[in-house]
Design a protein around this ligand. Sequence first.
Ligand SMILES: Cc1ncc(C[n+]2csc(CCOP(=O)(O)OP(=O)(O)O)c2C)c(N)n1
Length: 376
Amino acid sequence: MVNPLTFYNALTESGVDFYAGVPDSLLGSFCSCVAEHIAEDRHIITANEGAAIALAAGDYLASARPSLVYMQNSGLGNAINPLLSLADASVYGIPMLLMIGWRGEPGLADEPQHLAQGKATVALLDAIGITHCHLPKETSEAIVMLKQLHERTLEENKPIAMLVSKDTFSEYKTDDNKPDEAILLTRERAIELILKAIKPDSSVVASTGMISRELYELRDGLKQSHDTDFLTVGSMGHCSQVALGVALAGKSKQVICLDGDGAALMHMGSLAIIGQAATANLVHVILNNGRHDSVGGQPTCGLEIDFATIAKGCGYRSADIVNSESELLTALETLSNAEGPVLLDLRIGPGHRADLGRPNISPQDQKHAFMRHLEG
Ligand SMILES: Cc1ncc(C[n+]2csc(CCOP(=O)(O)OP(=O)(O)O)c2C)c(N)n1
């Protein structure tokens, strides 16, 4: 396997000293290694992958050195516009190295939301004219390839990509992921309290990753139906607009959106659209752990910003920060009769149960059940 530190050192030797991206579990150990070795202002975890391309372009304008931009292949969609209309050789011609975690790689088992993306990844890169290589799993071979890609991106003045398979990087131990003792409420407990408090016919639209997985398992534990839930298993950052679409259709008395802080940040403009739509039946809960918990716990700025003030500024009827179980219970008492849009910036601790399962229902079956629920 590729040793993350040796690979990082090879990047440094080549002159790469700026990193930007959105984390992916396949790249987790490499990103932890970067975070531990480089100055904080030389490694930016961006709101979305397109922003990472733009940031790398800005650094190149100032340094004339290519940066490394990392992402899961799901993020390619977010990146395509700035790749084509900013960095492409036919526009400004900005060299950079793209490191892309290849979820849903053909021939390997993966979750349904990764299969189509995994199959299309090579064709997508080909279609947008980005040369790509498959990173070898042996350290010295990976470094030879890295040096070639680095030379080539500079020669051709355009981005170049390395695709990274599962189990390419070896483990990198870091103690950066310690739980914050001051925050005791877990995401699982918070979702449980919400499920116990809301009306049984409320629709719940949940964000990608652990939020949906915990919701699914909690419904079983509470002997509640899954039919009122839509698990937005892919499409990170868009569950609040799925919830808005459901709320606007008016078939649900209350729609509860269970969002993540990383996901909410990814497309934060959606908050403005929710505020503007003024849907009285929408409750937007941001389960804010200040982390990308689902892909390894890499930090977000979620706990350093105030989603409640932002939501109020966007036109939500009410919005609060909720810091503890007792504050959540108080907020939930009034929630079922509250006029929305309401936002709760719910501060929770990081982490999840190691034995957490995955939904054992197909996305299509889930969709049909949810649509039947909306039809009443
Ligand atoms: C466009 C896109 N980029 C990246 C990912 C990989 N990814 C899946 S879940 C996740 C983290 C989500 O973080 P947050 O919304 O804060 O929820 P948490 O995992 O902390 O519950 C990431 C980065 C993805 N699925 N889609």
